[in-house]
Design a binder for this molecule. Structure first.
Ligand code: ADP
Ligand code: GLC
Length: 512
């Protein structure tokens, strides 16, 4: 399946409905709705989050249903139900497959082949599927209908990104007086404000939604409707994936036109830093690595460096092994700083470093890196594609990890890097600013290199600082150790989500 990144994307509504399901000490239940999750389908960090969060919540005693589409190639889980769902006159028999994720967590895969059995998740050749509104409305409707039919009445619904944006909207409209779902509060998480789910307004009736949603304080956005805006305006609580990003998106610079909408809901907007799956991303047990390693013995890291160099066809002799290896694993888009890099390529390849890049994205950036690798076969390795195993070996084998994102809601790779003793070099935005501490001599807990201005010269200066410090083995090792010991576990973040779910419930109860 070609990974194509997910496509386009006032006060909570007052309504009268029966009271929300109560969270008894024994049975709180959350219905999580999202468009991708490891191990079923992945194009980016959302999948990592939705793969790990349900299990972490289950560890805290919650029952978790994770609803996502059964895309082409997803085979997990036996069928457990099948019934027709109709959206604006479009009726399909929808199947449901269930597979356990942990003690009290399960995935519910929504099977509607006409909508989900396609080459890609969101679109092909950088063009979104034109029926994406219907596809993701179906995901939401199917998730809600399944929960209602199976008596799995959620205490709270937790929807993600524009693809889940209609969940709070349907709960406040179509399902407001539903005998099972009426009054259920919603939490909406923004993973990336750049994807707003923007569509023509005539989709409203085709999705069984009333025209009064076409209003500025609801879904209307410059003459169109936005699923993301719907999620923001109709949910009880809105979260995003780092504290700094929660601040960033309330400014015109990072708000993508949504800063006013978010400022209006500032009282209910919370930043919760993502965790990382510490079982999957653990250098002492990682099956993808040639040798295990950990903070007390880094020798396996050298084996990974040799391995990654040879996989890229780069020389792995003594000189290259000593030379710092800078890695990047990324969607190749402007968000990730590829424009900045492009403006600087001659300076970058002139540095005393070896480069390895893994990614897919805009053709101009793919071509640039392919061209650089052809021109500097001893210094630059580029792999265009999506390769989970190789990503692990790069995280382990690189000495430094570059993430010069223009904006970054959270970012996971810098946290994986920290865990693997690979020192991150990052732009001071969003989750990057929250997770990487700049290596200034005064900071005892430094973990990487942070630059503030989004300019080529600031990036270059950070790289040069990193390359200089790399020569000081003792200080470098101190940096690595501080990063490897940093706690980025999901348990901490899951506890914060539980508090947010409780807050959403009390919001709904006080209104109900
Ligand atoms: P985003 O979701 O914005 O792309 P994140 O840093 O949150 O950024 O997450 C990206 C995830 O996708 C990470 O797990 C990263 O390792 C993975 N990833 C990105 N590109 C590739 C690729 N080409 N091959 C393998 N994994 C990739
Ligand atoms: C988005 C963001 C990324 C974040 C991920 C998971 O894709 O771009 O920064 O880590 O979602 O929340």
């Amino acid at each position: 399946m070609t990974p194509v990144k997910r496509g386009t994307r006032p006060p909570a509504q007052r309504r009268r409905a029966r009271g929300p399901a109560s969270v008894g000490p024994s049975s709180p239940r959350v219905l999580i709705i999202g468009s991708e999750a490891v191990p079923f389908a992945k194009t980016g960090g959302l999948a990592d989050v939705l793969g790990a969060l349900p299990v972490a919540l289950a560890r805290l005693g919650w029952s978790v249903d994770l609803a996502l589409p059964r895309y082409r190639g997803v085979t997990a889980g036996p069928p457990v139900d099948r019934f027709p769902i109709s959206i604006g006159g479009y009726t399909r028999e929808v199947g449901f497959h269930e597979t356990p994720l942990g003690a009290s967590a399960r995935a519910v895969l929504v099977d509607c082949p006409d909508l989900f059995d396609r080459d890609s998740l969101y679109g092909v050749d950088n063009t979104d599927y034109p029926d994406n509104p219907r596809r993701f409305a179906m995901l939401v409707r199917a998730a809600l209908e399944f929960a209602a039919r199976h008596g799995a009445r959620p205490s709270v619904v937790h929807a993600h990104d524009w693809q889940g944006g209609l969940a709070p909207v349907y709960l406040k409209t179509l399902y407001a007086s539903h005998p099972v779902l009426g009054g259920t509060p919603a939490v909406f998480t923004i993973h990336n404000l750049a994807y707003q789910g923007l569509f023509e307004p005539d989709w409203l009736p085709r999705l069984d939604l009333p025209w009064d949603l076409f209003a500025i304080e609801r879904l209307e956005y410059w003459g169109r409707i936005s699923f993301l805006k719907g999620g923001i305006n109709e949910a009880e609580v809105i979260t995003t994936v780092s504290r700094q990003y929660a601040r960033d998106i309330q400014t015109p610079e990072f708000g993508f036109g949504f800063d006013g909408i978010l400022r209006r809901r500032a009282a209910d907007l919370v930043g919760v830093l993502n965790g990382i799956d510490e079982n999957k991303w653990n250098p002492s047990t990682d099956q993808f690595l040639p040798a295990a390693f950990g903070p007390d013995d880094l020798s396996g890291k050298e084996a990974a460096k040799r391995e990654v160099l040879s996989r890229y066809g780069l020389p792995a002799g003594e000189t290259t092994m000593k030379r710092p290896l800078i890695g990047m694993i990324s969607r190749m888009v402007d968000q990730k700083g590829f424009d900045l890099i492009a403006s600087l390529v001659d300076d970058l390849v002139a540095l005393d470093a070896t480069w390895i890049v893994l990614g897919t994205g805009e053709p101009r950036y793919q071509n640039l890196w392919t061209m650089l690798a052809a021109r500097h076969p001893d210094r630059v390795g580029a792999r265009i594609g999506f390769d989970e195993g190789l990503a692990h070996v790069i995280e382990a084998g690189a000495d430094m990890f570059l993430m010069p994102s223009r904006f970054e809601p959270c970012g996971l790779n810098q946290m994986y890097s920290l865990r693997y003793g690979t020192v991150p070099i990052v732009h001071a935005v969003g989750g990057l600013a929250d997770t990487v501490q700049d290596a200034t001599p005064r900071h005892a807990k430094s973990t990487g290199f942070v630059f503030r201005e989004y300019t080529g010269s600031a990036l270059l200066a950070a790289l040069q600082r990193a390359l200089r410090l790399f020569q000081d083995r003792r200080r470098w090792r101190t940096l690595q150790m501080a990063g490897m010991r940093q706690d980025n576990s999901w348990d901490r973040s899951a506890r914060e989500y539980v508090k947010i779910y409780e807050r959403a419930l009390s919001h709904a109860q006080s209104r109900g």
